[in-house]
Design a protein around this ligand. Structure first.
Ligand code: ADE
Length: 251
């Protein structure tokens, strides 16, 4: 997957993209991230990227020209094998559609993403109307720029790409992957400060372990995020378990 990020603060980016799983993905050629400074696409002497809003008011607005130009130049560099059809052009703003695991799954199906980070009071509306094909928010709060949102989205998407995680199962069992929160995990020692690991996990009985984990995931989701269960794919027996837990007041 190729990811092009447009930003006014390129210096922020190397950090999270240069360690751990992400760096491994880059080194093995599964993902290539290009960071573009929007300022490099200006033609004025002082590389000005913003201007005051028409109609007056506080703050500054990002000018359309450098953003349109940057996206056009990125698209020109596309090799035929780098994508069937034009890549999504994603604007990061608090007004976008809410980001979640399902959106990450959807984005991970593309071979190329173009992500635009905003700043100041926002973008000239024509960027939204005529350039962006998608607009995403990572939550109902306002960041001072889209950079942290871009990192969140890119990290979430990249770990879903085949081959990035050690085993397919590790992302399959993630919280939210199947609409449920993840089950509790334990490692050695079997007893720590007198707190034992649940016996079933030491039993070696894989069917029982899988059943226990699934039930724990359901229980935990009911306790912490009950609204997720409405959309989760549960068997009739699992639905019964939910009703029983609710009735018992266990949750
Ligand atoms: N830019 C500023 N706030 C944002 C948010 N919540 N999500 C995405 N981009 C943003």
């Amino acid at each position: 997957m190729r990811i092009d990020i447009l930003t006014l603060f390129p210096q922020i980016f190397p950090g999270p993209f240069s360690s751990g799983i992400f760096q491994r993905a880059v080194n093995s050629g599964l993902v290539k991230v290009n960071i573009h400074n929007i300022r490099d696409y200006t033609h004025n002497k002082h590389h000005i990227v913003d201007d005051s809003p028409y109609g007056g008011g506080a703050g500054m607005v990002l000018k359309p020209e450098p953003i349109f130009e940057a996206v056009a130049q990125i698209k020109e560099t596309l090799k035929p094998e780098e994508g069937a059809g034009p890549p999504p052009v994603i604007l990061l703003t608090p007004q976008g559609r809410p980001f979640c695991q399902q959106v990450a799954q959807e984005l991970s199906g593309h071979s190329h993403l173009i992500i635009i980070c905003g700043h100041y009071e926002g973008f000239d509306e024509r960027v939204r109307q005529y350039l962006a094909t998608d607009e995403i928010s990572i939550g109902d709060y306002v960041l001072s720029g889209g950079e942290l949102a871009a990192m969140v989205i890119v990290d979430t998407v990249v770990r879903l790409l085949p081959g990035v995680l050690g085993s397919e199962a590790s992302s399959r069992d993630d919280s939210h992957a199947a609409g449920l929160l993840e089950y509790p995990q334990y490692t050695r020692p079997a007893v720590y400060r007198g707190w034992p690991v649940p016996e079933v996990l030491l039993s070696g009985n894989h069917a029982q372990i899988a059943r226990w984990r699934r039930q724990q995931a359901i229980r935990r989701t009911l306790e912490r995020r009950p609204e997720l269960l409405d959309k989760a794919q549960l068997s009739p027996e699992e639905r019964q378990l939910v009703s029983r837990l609710k009735k018992d007041g266990t949750c």
